[in-house]
Ligand binder design. Sequence first.
Ligand code: CP
Length: 304
Amino acid sequence: MSQSLVGLRDVSADRIVSLLDRASAYRGRIAAGEARLELLRGRAVALMFFEASTRTRFSFEMAAHRLGADVLSFSAASSSTTKGETLLDTTRLLAAVGADAVVIRHAAVGVPHRLSELLPIPVLNAGDGINEHPTQALLDLLTLRDHLGSLAGRTVAIVGDVRHSRVARSNVFGLRALGARVLVAGPGTLCPAGLEHLGAEPRRSLDDVLDEADAVMMLRIQRERLGGAILPSAEEYRRYWGLDERRAARLRPGAVVMHPAPMNRGVEIADEVADGPSSVIFAQMENGVYVRMAALAASVGVDR
Ligand code: CP
């Protein structure tokens, strides 16, 4: 059965674990020398990115190639959306010409969800505004599981611009579903009230989470979503909210440092930490391919 993936808010722990197990299995097969698994041979995946992306776009594209699928790449700037064609008509066209799944990133909250109700093919959310980024959270969960084992009872701190972070929201849903405790901390203007309702525990500062966390997920300030909001300077931000070597030394033994990237090196994370022994940031990026393979194959109903 085909199934969209538009967010983790209502996704069960069983479905999350099944996707992570599938991603691990695909990773094992590729490590054993199978360059292409051919599970989606003859299928086509449409990639529609209406916002900038490096990691998500490349890893979805690589995931599709690894599964043997064809990739239909869409460029908003050179498409007929510039002539006024609606998003729904554009995506209907992709289904009409033979796409078996559509991956979409859009600035407007809810676009993937609405399309999933209207299209005859599954929709995978590659990030919708400040709402959700489910495959990023899945790759984070896989990376955490690789390093910490079971996430039940573990503590993960998410630090920075939580207000504008779809990564934070999807991670809160996914981590809570798997039984982890989630601490969130950020500057007052960048940390919304009401996070308790999502199951997260607010903290006042980065320094307040370091001793407790099994993992610290640093977020960049999403300047592109800030409008006229008043912000600390980069130097002030680094001083109060930056994870530098001195602060990283306070982490528990075995704790890992994460970042969804792109990173603002020298602001929310120091070079020495991003490239240091506790960092799993590039493992996160690699896991993005396996998780997106799992999400694509599951979405079109391939059950192995
Ligand atoms: N982490 C993430 O979504 O990166 P991109 O914006 O480069 O896709």
